[in-house]
Ligand binder design. Sequence first.
Ligand code: ZN
Length: 247
Amino acid sequence: MKRRKTGQFRRGRVGVNRVLFVLSSAIAICYSGASFTRVPAEMSPIEPLIQNNRAWSERMTSHAPDYFRRLAEQQSPKYLWIGCADSRVPANEVVGLMPGELFVHRNVANLVYPSDPNCLSVVAYAIAVLKVEHIIVCGHYGCGGVKAAISNESFGVIDNWLLKIKEVLSRYHKHLDTIADMEQRVDRLCELNVVEQVKTLSQTMIIQDAWHRDQPLALHGWIYGLKDGLIKDLGIRVERLEQVPPR
Ligand SMILES: [Zn+2]
């Protein structure tokens, strides 16, 4: 009998069977690999969230059995919220709005980059499809992103994301340097950051096109206090092309 070289597949029916066996083994491993992740619910560390969800769903339908059916058919929020990803600032809750009433985009330090397709897609959809009438940029005092930007430390990949705050810092450094207390300086930068994001938003084509079409749309700047749960209106309101600040 002619000896096969090591690793050479045997030809013919046996060879095909071997290939099929190898393939089916691979599938079985993948499948069994997938089944390994199927942990019994009671052992999952995030199972309490599922339980919370069931209880919440029951609460929501206890007074209005068709609540979710109606919500699933349509959303018609009047507001778009651009806020920080910070877990202590839950957008809907702090303004007392229900699901379907607030369209939300969140990122670290509530930044608006004219080159960010994520944020701009949300804004475009909110304006063109949902016809929101107000866009609120809401920062918060004690923002970790702002603290990181004001420090001289490097935090890796997020340093690039925070460049916009560093620009704000550079623009207002004379004013900020007059604030001796570091916490107050950070908080002032949090406010100025919101102002600059509203300004950037007002300068985007998406927003300006809406105003060219006479679509009602107002931009607002707010800041949220972690220590008291209160929102402060920073008094910025841009709702017409004539109000757009120069670049
Ligand atoms: Zn933040």
